[in-house]
Unconditional design. Structure first.
Length: 89
């Protein structure tokens, strides 16, 4: 191990330093594990219960409902403003 560290720090050849650094890291921290393949969204959806599906759909729709509500409120405020302007004239 000491020799690997010495070579990693002081070897003249860049490739030797690189290989030694990798070997030291592999021994110190272990090799990285391969990530498990992710399930497709269809697979995850198929495993959900009916209640989980409804909750998921609600979570997707909530931002759109909020946006549409804000748009509707703006339209109502604009219509009320126009009505007041006409009454004043």
């Amino acid at each position: 191990m000491n020799e690997l560290i010495n070579l990693a720090l002081s070897a003249e050849d860049e490739r030797v330093r690189s290989v030694c650094c990798v070997a030291v890291l592999d021994r110190a921290y272990g090799r990285p594990r391969e990530a498990a393949p992710e399930d497709s969204s269809d697979d995850r959806f198929a495993r959900m219960s009916r209640e989980e599906r409804w909750a998921f759909m609600e979570s997707l729709l909530a931002p759109m409902r909020k946006y549409l509500e804000a748009e509707e409120n703006e339209a109502e405020a604009e219509a009320a403003s126009t009505t007041i302007d006409r009454a004043v004239d």
